[in-house]
Design a protein around this ligand. Sequence first.
Ligand code: NAD
Length: 499
Amino acid sequence: MKEIGHWINGKQVSGTSGRFSDIFNPATGEVQARVALASGAELDHAIAEAARAQVKWAATNPQRRARVMMAFGALINQNMEKLAEAVSREHGKTLPDARGDVQRGLEVVEVCMGAPAMMKGEYTDSAGPGIDLYAMRQPLGVVAGITPFNFPAMIPLWKMAPALAAGNAMILKPSERTPSTSLLLAELLQEAGLPDGVLQVVNGDKEIVDGILDHPVIQAVGFVGSTPIAQYIYGRAATNGKRAQCFGGAKNHMIIMPDADLDKAADALVGAGFGAAGERCMAISVAVPVGEKTADALVERLIPRIEKLKVGPYTAGEDVDFGPVITAQARDRIVGLIGSGVEQGAKLVVDGRGIKIQGYESGFFVGATLFDNVTPEMDIYKQEIFGPVISQVRAQSYDDALALVMDNEYGNGTAIFTADGDTARDFASRVNVGMVGINFPIPVPLSYYSFGGWKRSAFGDLNQYGPDALRFYTKTKTVTARWFSGIREGASLNFKALD
Ligand code: NAD
């Protein structure tokens, strides 16, 4: 059985705790490897070495650190297929989708090549007689990234690139379901010139996460995962005096106005709802057509599109639309929720339960599922399903549709499909959601903006990647400097203006 260890001080090391977690091939249901779960002692060692390495890394000039990012970006490009294969092998998503996972992470690395410009400080000449005032951004020290299973390349890159470019060392704790891509990325970073110890990949579960949250050397925690864990991590990290930004789950709505191009809206819904088997935090899981006619026409267009979808293992070819979900437990939970939707009175238009893929009968597959007449009290509406299920909630007016989105506890992404600029503008301005698409279903901002949900989709301050990430991974020090230049003031005991 293949054993996956950790990346410590520039090399792969085996775990010593004796604890492991199985990694499945989601398409076959077989265990394909096991990953070591680090002990407290292994974590302490990784952090101590990272702290040692960070001092020199922080003193390396920003341009040299940026050059490591440049070399890293080039290596990611050269190794695109290898990285995408590693993503698909453990996650199960299709290869084209896995390439997108790597690509959107690479774009964050590319922006971090400009970290020196983004980290520039501020300076006021002659803020008072002979007095200059300046503010500088300094790295925090050793920081942690804790990431989910669903984007094994992109989200570790969201965490590591800005943290490292800013001069921090990072303890990265990837998901125990999909750890291999992070180890490959660590190898590429070393090849790019990152000094040993600056990035430590420590695999593990809750035990190691708690160790990170309680460790006095860790200065900041960047987390991405489900909402209950995000809230827990935010609370514990903050109690321990750490800077924390914790991004959680979602229930993303797409409003379809009567004037929308319904064919385009249906295409967008199918892509955003079923791509990656719905295992995206920006997946559209709720369709909200306005008016009965719009709702009927939309369902009419969705059914044939769903029937055409090809579900299968990523190895079956590039025309596969989506693969299995991550574990048997995830599949059973999704199937259970579909059952609850039926029991609670939703109309099951397309049923993805019981799908069988020839030769992959034990894989964790769920077919594309469409519900109509869903209401906000139903579990399929209230819970993040994180599977290939779209729930249609019919709204009678734009105001009703907007209120539905506003009242939802999550606020990650949302979209509106309309031909009317005024409605779109009103929606973008009023909706209490962090990322908004106008005739655009998955509005994940490009890497020079930043990513962050509102409400219970994010806890803590600042967004991920872009200029916000450089702010999160640095702290400001402000210096007031006086050179006497012939000024003689005499002693003053007053707190006063500088003039
Ligand atoms: P998860 O919360 O189960 O796990 C995320 C990380 O937390 C993993 O590294 C895991 O090892 C760790 N963890 C799990 N249980 C823990 C516990 N009890 N105590 C401490 N640590 C624990 O999430 P997941 O299933 O890997 O990922 C899917 C979730 O992530 C979905 O809810 C999805 O919406 C969300 N997500 C959010 C974003 C975003 O940016 N908002 C992006 C991607 C995924």
